[in-house]
Ligand binder design. Sequence first.
Ligand code: UD1
Length: 419
Amino acid sequence: MEKLLITGKQRLYGEIIISGMKNSALPIIFACLLVPDDCIIKNIPHVSDVENSLEILRSMGVKAEFVDKNTVLINAKYAKNEIAKMELVSKMRASSYLMGTMLSRFGKVDISMPGGCNFGARPLDLHFKGFEKMGAIFTEKSDKIQIKVNKSLKCSKITLDKISVGATINMVLASALTQGETIIENVALEPHVDDLICFLQHCGAEIVRKNNSIVVRGVKRLHGTEYTIMPDTIEALTYLTYLGITGGYLNLKGICPSHLECATDIFLKIGMSINFAQRSILAKVDKQLTGTDVTTSPYPGFPTDLHPQFASLLSFCKGGGSITEMVFPTRFKYVYELQKAGVQIYNRDNIAIINESKPHSAVLDATDLRAGAGLVGVALGAEGESTINNVNYIVRGYENLVEKLSSVGGKIKIIKGEN
Ligand code: UD1
């Protein structure tokens, strides 16, 4: 297992090019199962969840190869309904997208329970209910999911009981080739849902978003295309939390500034200066920021995937603050790790209360992807050298984290650990 060594108290100055969005790349990679031609996907982030998704597709007989560092060619013409690398399915939440794509392509799915970050219950009931509305029959046996349709999926009106990114994406994937009009209501509004829709439109799909509904008119066949993945909003916002902790300035390039507005209002409110340009933002911090209270909610609300990183930032802010978690109410495993670094943080129900603290160096264990990113933040601001174990969680979602932080003045390196 690799570890990160971070020497804190270094101000960050310079330019960071934001990578393609992991949570957009994953559904688009799995969507290629619906396309029997070459799909060239650009701006793919080199992170382990992407590698695992491509490996799952390869193990199904799909051609999936990098043509350059961030471009992948996928051709699923000869895909088989058989996953040789099933162990990878249980590592990632995004492998749930195999349900929508395999049901559509093969009429049958037989997979391990998708895994992913372990920050509380992550049910799939909304996905199953939606598939059942489309005529599928599902059985769940211990850690296995089996879903099948008698003939083919049928179009339907599906109202999601709760806003879910994954269920919205799975319904879109299942209906793109389903004859007739499928209406999906109460859908997630995240920009990466629209990125998937846009990719499928490029492949010939007929999909329209109307406010919080998506209307899919099933087509007979999708064709190959060339597509560029949208920039990673969570990666960009994570670097803003690091800047808030260390001070200095960061020019974040290759981004879509309007997608960051779900959180930039809060960064402005606590005292960060941000200049917005067309494809970049220039953020500056030359004084201690002032804490605040935030509440996570589905997009366009403050993202749950920024919760642990923002908690680290609040511990350095004047007066501290709080985070009320409304999407994953038990996302608090990181709290104990921050306490190890001297952060005065407490969790009650779905709220973290963070007092202004003087974090010190510590040996910390990443418990999931975003919790790990939060620990990087606290280590960047703490006096002395901190160690972060379980780097495998962090590399699931941050491309070249060490290189990017080093290039703007961070003192960070990755070393091999003994365990
Ligand atoms: C996706 C993201 C994850 C992000 C989350 C919310 C990926 C691979 N993961 O996860 O990083 O934190 O969106 O922005 O893109 N729920 C149910 N039943 C279901 C499905 C969800 O009750 O069948 C609940 C969840 O427990 C949670 C809420 O709905 O409370 C939202 O979850 P959802 O949007 O589905 O998250 P994911 O798609 O799993």
